[in-house]
Design a protein around this ligand. Sequence first.
Ligand SMILES: Cc1cc2nc3c(=O)[nH]c(=O)nc-3n(C[C@H](O)[C@H](O)[C@H](O)COP(=O)(O)OP(=O)(O)OC[C@H]3O[C@@H](n4cnc5c(N)ncnc54)[C@H](O)[C@@H]3O)c2cc1C
Length: 511
Amino acid sequence: MQETKGLGLYNVVIILAGTAGLVTAAGTAGLGGRVALVERNKMGGDCLNYGCVPSKALIASARVIDSIRHASRWGLDEQEPRFEFETVFESMRSRRAQIAPHDSAERFESLGVDVFRGEAHFVSPHEIVVDGRTLHGKNFVIAAGSRAGIPPIEGIRDVPFFTNETIFDGLRHKPESMIVLGGGPIGCELSQAMSRLGVKITIVEVLEQILPKEDRDVADWMETLLEAEGIRVLRSSQALRVSMRDGKVQLDLIRTPRGASGGERMQVLADTLLVSAGRVPNLEKLNLDAAGVKLSSLGIEVNAYLQTSQSHIYAAGDIVGSYQFTHTADAQARLVVRNILMPFQILRQKMDYSVVPWCTYTAPEIARVGLNEAEAKQQNMSYDLICVQIDELDRAVVEGEELGFVKVLTTKGTDKILGVTMVATHAGDLLHEFVLAMKQRIGLSRLATTIHAYPTFAELGRKVGDRYNKQRLTPFVKRIFRWLYKRSRAASTPTSARVPHAQNVMSGKKE
Ligand SMILES: Cc1cc2nc3c(=O)[nH]c(=O)nc-3n(C[C@H](O)[C@H](O)[C@H](O)COP(=O)(O)OP(=O)(O)OC[C@H]3O[C@@H](n4cnc5c(N)ncnc54)[C@H](O)[C@@H]3O)c2cc1C
């Protein structure tokens, strides 16, 4: 018998329809569970509406614009690309609309999920209220995501600014200039895309390097490239005050160059401001006290099984705070589906973060898995480093995409991969050979013995393996090989071809 929507007990009540919520809902309903899904805003959450999807669509248009601008690289006449800023944004929105039906309420209703629209909050550990209606659940999944954090800068609430939630739908005309507050992955990706669309960009980053999760040499490499594209990068720059002057946004800041003791006060003026200075979890409206759910410094506190302080309430996605990516939200949600189904704790699985890839979609992309040098040093690990330049790949050269490099860290004296940082046009895709190798404990020697098609970017995996093998060829090993070759020649050389022994020649004795 079909149960009435909203009445009775649900197996799982999921608060919110972002990546983590949708994956949990589809998985549980697919296995036959009774699921309620609540979303206050647009289905699909940040990734579809204000994150990965629109940003990557904009980046794709910006890439084409850049290719036209530098067409001589491929033997064509260089020209200034002709485009309407608004049309590029419309195209981004229409590509996003193509993906939207995957996450729609209709699709999820058709999968058997009861979808409720409105703001959800807990009234007890076993009940939530949404739009005046109480929903009862055996289990709950909190996947409320995150939003752009607005730093406490004097005057910021009195000036208009964009965040990732407003820029893709709200920026209707091309600004001449833009200040991007925050030089993390979102700030760098959007800065480069907007700059290629003709907006004069200034990135203001409080830390000593942009892309703070990456090694300093990687971040500096990208900074040099962004500057070469005309982007101004102000590192070690603390924003002090924001105000309006003659219709423009003025940012007062204090900048301390590397190695300097004192800071220099500066003002930056631009048509508009984009804030991309970190994320904060969406906790406020959930009334977590009523549920008895504890918080951590990053968001909601969870154990390795993704259970909160109330073991029947799980949390997944950005709200947990550790790895704020769509693919980690997806992986966590899959684990939650399994763990809710399991009747005993002993059968439940722990979340494994040992091999988590990510990518910053600048051009070239910066993709990472495992440790980088800074982290290995922090953990006092001794490692070997293998570096290969992208221009060592024939395919990269013929395609005119030879910018970049890969750094592979291995456990000292072995071929076990500890981590990979790849800077290359297709780094986000190419990384996955190493991701699989790490997950399946495949060492670099085995990558070297795997046949890769020529000419492909994927040959990078084999090249790294070859470089590892070459590094193993110490002078001692080389001497052994030389001796083996010599011995093999001596054994098969016909007697007549043998060089006479010097002593015998001098004594005139026949051998
Ligand atoms: C510009 C940008 C680019 C990005 N690019 C990438 C990328 O390329 N690759 C990648 O892996 N990640 C990327 N991310 C990160 C990715 O978007 C997030 O990690 C992912 O969306 C997290 O999913 P989630 O389910 O935790 O939350 P979300 O997708 O944010 O979903 C949470 C939903 O909960 C709703 N909600 C919150 N509170 C309530 C309430 N009380 N009641 C009802 N509903 C509520 C919100 O409206 C939202 O729709 C990007 C993020 C940004 C901002």
